[in-house]
Design a protein around this ligand. Structure first.
Ligand SMILES: [Zn+2]
Ligand SMILES: [Zn+2]
Length: 391
């Protein structure tokens, strides 16, 4: 599947990635494949950055700005329902978020940069693992080599079903929400179901906890917040046993909390911790609260949004400047918190299956659109003035 530069086909490359998806933190083969292809192009990528992260740098050795373009490459624990010839060969794992397509697009940019190196400044192409768990970007930034780079521009895109194919979807300020998962465990005491008064069932406390979570947004009327209870269960103990003879001694509630800014999400987190603790104290229940998959809000700079919009218009792409941020989260937030830039979406088609669905497949046409848009941004920022005049 590794091909010389003149015969490199990003669609074939994407299909190959699609066949061998790997879960977050386990993307060893995918990372090796990306590195092999970059080396085949004659490049010398830095590898194993914060896990399986990869960066390849193009340095003009002339003064100028430094731009970083990022693609993610992890997959999801979903059984694919494919109707194409490159279905996942890894049972129960699939590229259901299109990260195979994001990676193929960035590989196309690598090819472009080999043939048209930057004339001013530097361009970094960053391939990020573990996006879905919200941990890959922060882990990469733990690497001093990357953290010490002075980046002027960060750009990244995500494909987006529900919007017309190739449409740029963008907004300044928060583009994708901050979010977190929370697991709440309530510990009481079991009893014979015929003698519930001898035990301490967390049943009512569980329903109260669900209500607290669902009503949490009312306490933040001025900002966008959203809570979703995703699971609730009662059991005898944390092992999950159930039976008609036993009144429960254990309850578990899982929820996600979201906001358009990270500060509010922190406030939601501490409020829910206080309120659930008070509830458990009142009911004399034991309590454990744990937080999972924390994502900060992905915040775009106004000038970088304008630059993306301008280049999209020059490429005659439809532009949709949205009012509300995306409710989902994107781990590129960590890079955007450190350096200015813009995350944007490209429409995958109005009728396209949704992300994280078993019948989802990245639309191949978007590879050309995304890589052309990235290359237009590179030409704009890293060509010298005389060449731009010729363009
Ligand atoms: Zn995803
Ligand atoms: Zn994704």
């Amino acid at each position: 599947m590794i091909t010389p530069i003149d015969s490199f086909d990003p669609i074939n490359f994407r299909h190959f990635l699609h066949q061998y998806p790997e879960l977050s933190h386990h993307e060893r083969q995918t990372a090796a494949l990306i590195c092999q292809q970059l080396r085949q192009f004659g490049l010398a990528p830095k590898t194993d950055l914060g896990g399986h992260g990869i960066v390849v740098k193009f340095d003009s050795n002339n003064p100028g700005e430094t731009s970083l373009f990022r693609a993610d490459f992890d997959a999801l624990p979903i059984h694919e329902q494919a109707c194409h010839h490159y279905a996942s060969c890894h049972s129960g794992i699939m590229h259901a978020c299109g990260h195979d397509g994001h990676t193929a697009s960035l590989m196309m940019v690598a090819k472009y940069l080999c043939l048209h190196p930057p004339i001013t400044g530097k361009v970094l192409l960053l391939f990020q693992p573990a996006e879905e768990t919200g941990t890959g970007a922060a882990a990469m930034l733990q690497e001093p080599w990357l953290a010490q780079q002075h980046i002027d521009n960060v750009f990244a895109y995500h494909n987006l079903p529900g919007y017309p194919l190739n449409t740029l979807v963008i907004k300044p300020n928060t583009f994708a929400c901050a979010s977190t998962g929370v697991t709440i465990e309530l510990f009481g005491k079991t009893s014979h179901a015929a003698k519930p008064e001898d035990g301490l069932a967390p049943t009512l406390a569980m329903t109260e906890a669900i209500k607290l979570i669902q009503h949490l947004p009312e306490q933040f009327p001025d900002v966008f917040t959203l809570t979703t209870v995703v699971h609730a269960s009662l059991a005898a103990t944390a092992q999950g046993e159930t039976g008609f003879g036993t009144a429960p001694g254990y309850a578990k509630v899982l929820a996600t909390l979201r906001s358009d800014n990270s500060h509010t999400l922190f406030a939601m987190k501490s409020l829910i911790e206080q309120q659930i603790a008070a509830l458990c104290q009142q009911e004399q229940l034991g309590l454990e609260v744990s937080w999972q998959e924390w994502f900060n809000a992905a915040v775009n700079s106004q000038p970088h949004c304008q630059q993306v919009i301008r280049q999209a218009r020059l490429l005659a792409l439809p532009v949709n400047i949205i009012e509300e941020p995306m409710r989902w989260s994107e781990d590129v937030a960590e890079f955007l918190a450190k350096w200015p830039g813009a995350l944007f979406c490209l429409g995958s088609g109005e009728q396209h299956p949704q992300l994280h669905n078993p019948d989802y497949d990245f639309p191949d046409e978007l590879i050309a659109t995304a890589s052309q848009l990235f290359c237009a941004l590179i030409k704009d920022k890293h060509s010298n003035v005389s060449e731009m005049a010729v363009d």
